[in-house]
Design a protein around this ligand. Structure first.
Ligand code: ZN
Length: 289
């Protein structure tokens, strides 16, 4: 169901934009949560035509169990989160609007604990929950088309194609959904750490994973080059998360369990796989968290 946008909301957004006021990363969003789901479904189908997905129900089931535990305590709309594993050796992950989460095989092999994996997944879930993708699309299209026209397209009642399909058809996936502002990245770290704590994971593991990435940058820069092309430095992010974690108190819960078995399964798959590397997007873009 499409939502008709109120002129008052559009006027408020325009006023904020023209005043140049600092707004939270997710403040400007002309899409409805249902439109996030429609756009995400379309973008996920497109992504999965271009990426090789690991078809291992055990490994996928494990990642989804961690995702569900986090999603149950995540803020935002009750999206139906689901995760898939991408057959890529790069250490990365990304998420599309509406709850479509993708984790590279390389990342699953690199994490040292379920808590570190939960840190990455919590960060991705936070991008979805805070609706950073459609917030970014609102800003980009609002600037290009004018906020009023974008509101008309999204709120139109007589379109043969759904508004979401029109929007997705005209946008670049990478530019709008896979590359976020530094504000949005910091917010995803912050919200993700709190989500981890509520789910019974140790939020410090998100920081320890950034330490691991920093070490990888020195020893094996190719594996993390995309991550570093456009992200805040891991050292700064780790420090911010450690400060955040000190405020968060929550009971720890036992892990879902099975990470090492999943790593062994995926390691076997990597040996069998051909040399083809799954990639999404252009050389200028990057995926992920
Ligand atoms: Zn991110």
């Amino acid at each position: 169901m499409l939502r008709v946008f109120s002129l008052r909301r559009v006027a408020a957004v325009l006023a904020l934009s023209s005043l140049g006021l600092a707004t939270p990363a997710a403040a400007l969003n002309l899409f409805s949560p249902q439109q996030d789901v429609e756009i995400g479904r379309r973008a996920a189908a497109d992504a999965e035509r271009r990426l090789r997905i690991v078809r291992d129900p055990v490994a996928e089931g494990y990642v989804n169990a961690v995702v569900q535990r986090l999603a149950a305590v995540a803020p935002g709309p009750r999206f139906a989160y689901r995760a898939r594993i991408v057959d890529s050796p790069e250490i990365n992950a990304f998420a599309l609007p509406g709850g479509y989460v993708y984790v590279n095989r390389g990342l699953l092999g690199a994490v040292r604990s379920e808590d570190e994996l939960a840190g990455v997944l919590a960060h991705e879930i936070s991008h979805v929950a805070e609706r950073h993708g459609t917030s970014q699309a609102s800003k980009a299209y609002g600037a290009q088309l004018g906020v009023g026209l974008l509101g008309q397209i999204l709120g139109g009642r007589n379109n043969r194609l759904s508004a979401a399909e029109q929007i997705v058809g005209g946008l670049g996936l990478n530019a709008l959904f896979l590359k976020f502002s530094r504000n949005a990245e910091s917010e995803a770290d912050h919200v993700g750490a709190a989500t981890m704590a509520r789910a019974g994971y140790n939020p410090l593991a998100m920081a320890s994973f950034f330490d691991l990435l920093a070490a990888q940058q020195r020893s094996n820069p190719g594996a993390v080059s995309r991550f570093f092309s456009d992200h805040p430095a891991p050292a700064n992010r780790a420090a911010a998360i450690r400060a955040e974690a000190a405020r968060l108190s929550a009971g720890r819960r036992a892990p879902v369990g099975g990470l090492q078995m999943v790593q062994a399964r995926l390691g076997g798959q990597a040996q069998r796989a051909s040399g083809r590397t799954a990639r999404l997007g252009t050389s200028r873009s990057r995926l992920g968290f």
